[in-house]
Design a binder for this molecule. Sequence first.
Ligand SMILES: *[C@@H]1O[C@H](CO)[C@@H](O)[C@H](O)[C@H]1NC(C)=O
Ligand SMILES: *[C@@H]1O[C@H](CO)[C@@H](O)[C@H](O)[C@H]1NC(C)=O
Ligand SMILES: *[C@@H]1O[C@H](CO)[C@@H](O)[C@H](O)[C@H]1NC(C)=O
Ligand SMILES: *[C@@H]1O[C@H](CO)[C@@H](O)[C@H](O)[C@H]1NC(C)=O
Length: 247
Amino acid sequence: ATMLPLLLLLLAMAHGLDAIPTLRKPNLTDSLLGGRTTASTFVLEQPRCVFTNLRDDTVIWLVVALPEAVANFSNEVKPGGPGREFQKFPNSTLAYMTLNTTILNYPCDNSRDITVLRVGSETSCAKDASRPTCNGPLPGPGPYQVKFLALDGSEPVAQTEWSNLIFLRKAQPPSSIPLMTSGHSAGMIALTAILSILFAILLAGLVATLLWGSEAGGVSSTFSKPEVVSVRRYNTHHVYDQPAARL
Ligand SMILES: *[C@@H]1O[C@H](CO)[C@@H](O)[C@H](O)[C@H]1NC(C)=O
Ligand SMILES: *[C@@H]1O[C@H](CO)[C@@H](O)[C@H](O)[C@H]1NC(C)=O
Ligand SMILES: *[C@@H]1O[C@H](CO)[C@@H](O)[C@H](O)[C@H]1NC(C)=O
Ligand SMILES: *[C@@H]1O[C@H](CO)[C@@H](O)[C@H](O)[C@H]1NC(C)=O
């Protein structure tokens, strides 16, 4: 009974610590170029002209979280540290931080350059525990929620609101690591298709050979017949005539 007020106080304090400027939430891009979502990636608008009045060396991070991690999310946890590792998401950590870049890369002038971010595009570091801030493929269809967090050194100085829920496509990516069983069946389907095609080609070849053999029989006999005969003769001699030859 005495614990409850204490807990509430701690919660209030935790919220107090989060009292940094909170800016408009990230959006999926409007551009359909390259697809807004795939089975393991999604494309966000860069947070251009969102963070203002911050030092030039402020680093903007993207936080990707499961919705259940959002209510209780702490900005104080170090990017890439325990609780923020891509490789452990979503099993033992509910959020990770990635795509860190200085605020200078998100200028207000977006007349040139690419102004989107593809989340989940980096496959090379997906299993590399030494790169916990990897922008690796998302492990499932979601939903996810994201926000941008500005850190000055290790101190949070501004953030955006959390995005709406982001759902990915359910189609299985061919090279997806976590989807073992579905990857398997896709492989089986491909293999079956290839084998069917090979079998069809073989069959067609066989039929063509037979047809060619019967139609061109007159012409080919000069070449094939002596050969067949000589082979038969050799075999016959070798296998069956040996006892006779010894006699
Ligand atoms: C982002 O979403 C807000 C509403 O949530 C909308 O007003 C705004 O135009 C969107 N921006 C882009 C770039 O889609
Ligand atoms: C919220 O965070 C606190 C401390 O970080 C933790 O003890 C608690 O279990 C969390 N609650 C939920 C619902 O995750
Ligand atoms: C998460 O757990 C599942 C089931 O236990 C396992 O198959 C999967 O490999 C794990 N993923 C990661 C990234 O550890
Ligand atoms: C992003 O953070 C990682 C880990 O802290 C660091 O090694 C890397 O240099 C940073 N990249 C940029 C562009 O700031």
